[in-house]
Design a protein around this ligand. Structure first.
Ligand SMILES: [Zn+2]
Length: 304
């Protein structure tokens, strides 16, 4: 790797790619390392610390019709890493973390549940990469072998009237803002004095899998960083199309895909598109605005 870092790079097959928005790598001070088998926060230990790996080295091979074969491609360090990865990767899965901050999210995934995800996106728009994309993160079951995953910091969606949203989002004269609970003590948010405000000032009510949920939107800083990362992923991996699953009327779907639909889909999904027992990234996630921004950025970058 070149010695110099700009601080906006993601890592694919050991190579850095600038994406134009701050990224903290797992090798950086204060980063989150999904390769480690140690506790990331030993001062806040769980009762039963998980053992072993939190990820799958390499990628399971897919056959031409999208079936996952058991042969694992050990990609890291191989000269064919990018070629093999291009064939394996065709989905980007979006989650919200129900933790509120990336620090808390990594603690739960790594130190409690032995799970992983390639990216964390904090409330101030800071991205954290925890694994090379040539390795498989454990974040969305059947999507794992063929996807990149991101956990977006947000306390999530609830049945209408939930007290959780009142507790997390008090209001001042400027509207709702994020107030972290006292037990959290350290938020890990890197922008000093940052006050996180949802991109829209009212809760968004919507239906996922036919059931009603409400939720506060992501922050504008999160949307900005997510757009930059998505543009980079669609450029690096052209099989990831800049679109989400849509219904017959062309609207983004709010239900899970069937097995056949999932097999045939190459693009950007919510976790709820993968499985019926998840709602993330939730009804407040502004799919159309996000996808429009990604597509227009891709179009402007492809101009000579
Ligand atoms: Zn999820």
């Amino acid at each position: 790797m070149p010695p110099e870092r700009r601080g906006d790079e993601i890592v694919v097959c050991g190579k850095r790619y600038s994406i134009g928005t701050p990224v903290v790598l797992w090798t950086d001070p204060g980063g989150y390392d999904a390769y480690s088998t140690e506790l990331r926060f030993p001062d806040e230990p769980p009762k039963d610390a998980p053992q072993g790996l939190r990820y799958q080295p390499g990628r399971k091979q897919l056959s031409a019709d999208g079936q996952v074969l058991e042969r694992v491609l050990a990609l890291s360090g191989s000269s064919r890493c990018r070629d093999e990865l291009d064939l394996a990767l065709d989905q980007f899965v979006l989650h919200y973390d129900v933790c509120g901050t990336s620090r808390q999210c990594f603690k739960i995934l790594h130190d409690r549940r032995a799970l992983s995800v390639h990216f964390l996106l904090d409330v101030d728009g800071t991205l954290y990469q925890t694994l090379d994309l040539s390795d498989t993160a454990w974040h969305a079951r059947q999507a794992n072998p063929r996807s990149v995953g991101i956990e977006i910091a947000n306390i999530g969606a609830y049945a209408p009237g939930s007290a959780t949203l009142d507790e997390w989002y008090p209001r001042d004269e400027l509207g709702p803002y994020l107030r972290f609970p006292e037990w959290m003590k350290e938020t890990g948010v890197r922008s000093a004095g940052f006050v996180a405000r949802p991109a829209r000032s009212e809760r968004v009510l919507g239906r996922v899998h036919g059931r009603p949920y409400e939720m506060h939107d992501l922050t504008p800083q999160q949307y900005d960083a997510l757009v930059e990362l998505s543009v980079a992923l669609c450029e690096l991996f052209p099989r990831i199309e800049p679109d989400a699953p849509r219904d017959a009327q062309g609207r983004v779907r709010w239900d899970a895909l069937s097995a056949d639909e999932f097999r045939d889909f190459h693009g950007i999904l919510g976790h709820y598109h993968v499985t019926e027992d998840k709602q993330d990234p939730g009804p407040a996630f502004d799919w159309e605005l996000y996808l429009e921004r990604v597509r227009s950025r891709l179009a402007s970058r492809s101009q000579p």
